[in-house]
Ligand binder design. Structure first.
Ligand code: 5GP
Length: 177
């Protein structure tokens, strides 16, 4: 699982990691949030509140949470046989998943500095009050995430961060077999 504050670059690292390692299967979360301009069409499954609520009611989510008035949920994973599931999730969701699967590997991805994190969030074009709320949530994510994660990776250069996360995945596979 990849956890970390907004602006840490979880999405980019997850995308590059799965492109490089075909036996990693990236779970796509559902959200009721509107897609941002420039955001990849498959960053999430974008649904309306009714569709989300119906899926939650029918037990379709492993976990779900609300943030800034929107719902975000991890669908019950259905990976191809032999794949390892990669979740990109917030820390509360990760706590829930670890309670379901204590062997899950949790990696906390952090930005190199508060300044870089703010710049990355502002570059997404979110309203300034949302940037502040994301920064505040991010501080909680790092504080709680340090208690949950077995590894912390600083995302300064994305290739280096992807190398480090790939190494952690390989070690976890080796330890399991
Ligand atoms: P954003 O709007 O920036 O894409 O995401 C807002 C927050 O929701 C981030 O902290 C992100 O990690 C979290 N998030 C994204 N997908 C999920 C999910 O499936 N479950 C939970 N609990 N949080 C999620």
């Amino acid at each position: 699982m990849l956890i970390g504050p907004g602006g840490a670059g979880k999405g980019t690292v997850a995308e590059q990691l799965t492109a490089r390692d075909p036996s990693l299967w990236l779970s796509r979360s559902w959200t009721t949030r509107q897609r941002r301009t420039g955001e990849s069409e498959d960053a999430y499954v974008y649904v309306d509140a009714e569709t989300f609520a119906a899926h939650a009611k029918s037990g379709g989510f492993l976990e779900w949470a609300e943030f800034l008035g929107n719902s975000y949920g991890t669908p019950v994973p259905n990976p191809p046989p032999g794949s390892d599931v990669l979740l990109e999730i917030d820390v509360q969701g990760a706590q829930r998943v670890v309670s379901l699967d204590p062997a899950a590997v949790v990696i906390l991805l952090v930005p190199p500095s508060d300044e870089v994190q703010r710049q990355r969030l502002e570059a997404r074009g979110d309203p300034p009050e949302h940037v502040e709320r994301r920064l505040a949530k991010g501080r909680d994510e790092v504080r709680l995430g340090q208690g949950l994660a077995s590894h912390v990776v600083v995302n300064d250069q994305v290739e280096t961060a992807v190398d480090q996360v790939a190494g952690i995945v390989e070690s976890a596979r080796a330890a399991r077999s």
